[in-house]
Design a protein. Structure first.
Lengths: 152, 152
DNA sequence: TTTAATGATTAAGCGAGTTGAAATATAAAG
DNA sequence: CTTTATATTTCAACTCGCTTAATCATTAAA
């Protein structure tokens, strides 16, 4: 009998395999680098944040983050505005176009999921839906704990 | 009411957010590039294959694939042997060390899943386990269809 | 008000990955 | 046997993202 943890790992491996290729090909087609897309997703999730914050989030120096952001600004994907409370800080946010890229790249990544959902009967869909929503809910709890530890 | 497709998409977004950061940090710590790890995963999944095959799979030219492989061979992560049937081909396979890297990087990526599983009661674990196994099973069907189209 | 600390930017240089073209080796076709 | 096609490798040139170090602007501390 396989444990839930094992099944989760297996499921994640499948998701990665199916999604990464489409994602990489999307990036290549649209001429965005992985670093740029990664930055967009980080900003999308983290909301308005500073340059160093983003660098740390991505595991690079603030100099690297600054240079990466400069390109995204030039491409009209993010806005870099001054923090009124502390004018040393910059506030990084996505433009509408930046948000559109997020949606579009996710769609490229997730097309197969829609086809997968269609393979299930109505009852199965309900069953799986309930299970996933439970996982999503519990993950939020996990995140809240982690955030509390890190003072995030 | 959210559809299963929507829930699947949401769940995948969560998986990506949690896994990519750990994965990137793992790569940096161990001094493997994303391209190298990506290649290892492709080889792991595809099994013995040629250089061009791998390049196409990764969306790069065979020249790029050849150079990437050369480095992996030097690092002792893959073996490049002649195809006895057609000596123009090379057969690319993972070494034991290459397989170890796969395992290790997956573990770095998936630690949070184990913690997540522990948050559920026994009944919930069974429920979610069943749902995911259903998804895994159906995905295999989907893959079989796709492979048939592409003559893979 | 000076001094120190913080945040962002810039410049120079490095290493990695990519491409296109040429070179090599093998196999298949005429 | 000669020609053509296929698979891989090598090379030079280029781009990109990264780092370190220096610089500028702003805030906090002495």
């Amino acid at each position: 009998m396989t444990s839930l943890a094992q099944t989760l790992h297996e499921w994640m491996r499948i998701i990665m395999r199916h999604s990464m290729r489409n994602f990489i090909l999307y990036a290549k087609e649209k001429n965005y680098s992985m670093a740029q897309l990664n930055a967009l997703f980080r900003i999308h999730h983290k909301g308005a944040c500073g340059v160093s914050d983003l660098g740390e989030e991505m595991g690079v120096t603030s100099a690297a983050a600054s240079q990466l952001l400069e390109k995204l600004v030039q491409q009209g994907l993010v806005i870099r505005s001054e923090d009124p409370n502390d004018r040393r800080n910059k506030l990084i946010t996505l433009t509408a176009e930046g948000q559109r890229i997020i949606q579009e790249s996710m769609a490229a990544r997730q097309g197969w999921l829609t086809r997968l959902a269609e393979l299930l009967t109505s009852e199965e869909q309900e069953q799986v839906n309930a299970a996933l929503q439970l996982l999503i809910e519990k993950t939020a709890l996990l995140d809240a704990e982690t955030a509390a530890w890190q003072g995030d």
